[in-house]
Design a protein around this ligand. Structure first.
Ligand code: SF4
Length: 357
């Protein structure tokens, strides 16, 4: 069996590198996303005051940054098209940017020709997908976040120790599909809520373990874990927690700013689990309202009746340039005072696979 590090790369038919240099993708990325429309600019003297509480950390995490770089570098090195199984990360702007560079997004590897590179998304894939790519002798790059791979390894370890495994996560989310697909059918039981714990019927209640999706709500998951431990006191779990550092830090940061906010805007896409959780956390932590927006163009001026204090953050797959676009939108209409609240400093980086390093 290949090691985790080796599984980033399976390389029987690597396409020849592109001979023609192409423009650095990062530069093009910035240019394309900069500058949402600023229609509605208001005379400075008429602008009402608005305090903007900016959450820090926000936006891109190390896993998302790595996954995007893998696709960009694969296109740069091997030429377009490069196929990507599922949205590389859940953000419409990132996907559109990569599509323009030459990525083709598909849901199954059956839809990829065998002679082009294919990248697996940051959410991870079931083993059957990797096996199929190997059987077709495809050149693939695995952009699964190393923190998702760690959950896969934990599940394998528990399975090897003969434990029944409970996965806490959202049914149908690609990360959950990938984790369930690491082991034979039936080895992992998926639950979503504390209420689901009562319905569990494990074969051996004294030999159980749990793992979780990496992008869940900290508070909701703590409730589910408490219910599991109450019913199965010997259940084994991760040493810390599976919810990743980026999800944890962004939720803690939004908690720190939400109180007294009339509105919190979370920049992120509807498909992004960690962005959706930020909206929920903001509401629960005292914000009068919280909304998810893909970019400044989604903002409805009507939301700003009675808003004097606004919170602003971004999910782990949302680029900072979109936050800047929201700030530009606000500055065109309000006398903005920014108060940044930093609750953690992030220094995490992940290595790229050798084929694109
Ligand atoms: S949100 Fe967490 S698990 Fe997902 S890519 Fe980012 S660091 Fe990895």
């Amino acid at each position: 069996m290949r090691t985790c590090a080796e599984s980033y790369l399976f390389y029987p038919q690597a396409p020849r590198p592109a001979t023609r240099p192409i423009a650095r993708p990062a530069a093009r990325w910035r240019l394309r996303l900069a500058g949402p429309r600023l229609s509605g600019d208001m005379d400075a003297a008429l602008r009402p005051a608005l305090t903007v509480k900016l959450a820090e950390p926000r936006g891109f995490c190390a896993g998302v940054d790595r996954a995007i770089q893998i696709v960009e570098r694969a296109i740069e090195r091997y030429g377009a098209p490069v196929y990507v199984r599922h949205e590389i990360v859940h953000n419409v702007h990132v996907v559109e940017h990569l599509r323009r560079l030459g990525a083709v997004f598909v849901e199954e590897i059956d839809d990829c020709p065998p002679d082009r590179p294919v990248v697996f998304s940051a959410h991870g894939v079931p083993r059957a997908v990797t096996a199929e790519a190997e059987a077709r002798r495809m050149f693939f790059l695995d952009a699964t976040c190393p923190l998702v791979s760690k959950v896969h390894l934990d599940a394998e370890r528990h399975h090897a120790a003969g434990r029944d495994i409970v996965l806490i996560g959202h049914a149908g989310h690609p990360e959950v599909v990938g984790t369930l697909g690491q082991l034979p059918p039936g080895a992992i039981t998926l639950i979503e809520t504390a209420e689901d714990v009562a319905a569990l019927r494990p074969q051996d209640p004294d030999n159980l373990a749990f793992v979780t999706q990496t992008t869940l709500s900290l508070d909701d998951t703590a409730e589910v874990v408490a219910a599991l431990k109450a019913r199965f006191p010997g259940i084994k779990g991760p040493h810390g927690r599976d919810i990743c550092y980026a999800t944890t830090n962004r939720q803690e940061a939004v908690k720190a700013i939400a109180e007294n906010c009339d509105l919190v805007l979370v920049v992120g896409s509807q498909t992004s689990s960690n962005s959706l959780r930020l909206v929920e956390v903001a509401r629960r932590s005292g914000a009068r309202d919280a909304r998810l927006i893909d970019d400044a163009r989604d903002i409805d001026p009507a939301w700003f009746d009675q808003v004097r204090c606004l919170g602003l953050t971004a999910g782990a797959s949302a680029p900072e340039v979109l936050v800047e676009g929201v700030l530009d939108w606000l500055r065109a209409r309000f006398e903005v005072q920014i108060a940044e609240t930093a609750t953690a400093r992030e220094t995490v980086t992940f290595k790229l696979p050798r084929a694109v390093a």
